[in-house]
Design a binder for this molecule. Sequence first.
Ligand code: SF4
Ligand code: SF4
Length: 323
Amino acid sequence: MTNVLWLQGGACSGNTMSFLNAEEPSAVDLVTDFGINVLWHPSLGLELGDAVTEMMRDCVSGKIPLDIFVFEGSVIRAPHGTGRFNMFCGRPMQDWVAELAAQATIVVAIGDCACWGGIPAADPNPSDSVGLQYLKRAHGGFLGSGFKSKLGLPVVNIPGCPAHPDWITQILVALASGRAGDIALDDLQRPATFFKTFTQTGCTRVQYFEYKQSTTEFGQGTRKGCLFYEFGCRGPVTHSPCNRILWNRQSSKTRAGMPCTGCTEPEFPFFDLRPGTVFKTQKISGSVPKEVPTGTDHVTYMAHAAAARIAAPQWSKEDMFVV
Ligand code: SF4
Ligand code: SF4
């Protein structure tokens, strides 16, 4: 039996909603087939009031072994570092987080807000929000860069806004079944099995990307063109398996005509959502993308783009999905 305690800080509950939609395995499978005992969860826990406080105290004291501590949402430190904007069981949530993280065998951050601060930490960050071990790309966060759980692991980050349900349940199963050592983490402490490839990997628009053919109209479904050139798609610079492990087992943002907004990267929400930066490719001199695909540079990109446009066959300018 693996005890899991799941708490929420500065959160919208989106990752909980995602978790409850998991299919491979489902949230129920975790309990019935994989020996996970959910000590408490804000939406699923049966205990109320003083009973929750007592259970929390028992986890902090070690009376109840805390195997996996899951945190969703940002750690709120306002006002003035007290954390009193986010009270839970009679004290600031940040105090519970510090003590529970110190007792836990493994600590898992679910969703952008818990990983990097996310939307609550966007400028001007009135709640003084921070992620468990990062604030955007800066290592440290609430627990500090040297933090290691009792198993000797840093916080395991499963980012996303929200994280895909199966990323959550598959990692929880691996951790609960003693395979933590098999989970390779990337340099942002994300499981590499999910975050090594790009959102673009498997996108149905890749042939348009290759020949630099742009979508001309927002929301063209699966029809035509690539969303990188005008609509701010971050697929070539974002690490996620969204076009390999599909959402609802059938689609993804880019397949449905919606640009990837890069929600698995620490800078999300990019440009702190300033007007004119969302769903719009940021350009130099009105034509060259400010950010080019990871692994290339502007000179190489421009040379490749010019050649690709010249070489573009007629079919790459047409709708490939005729109904
Ligand atoms: S729509 Fe986005 S993910 Fe798909 S090919 Fe274009 S840039 Fe890549
Ligand atoms: S497609 Fe991009 S924005 Fe959408 S969930 Fe995947 S990584 Fe996040």
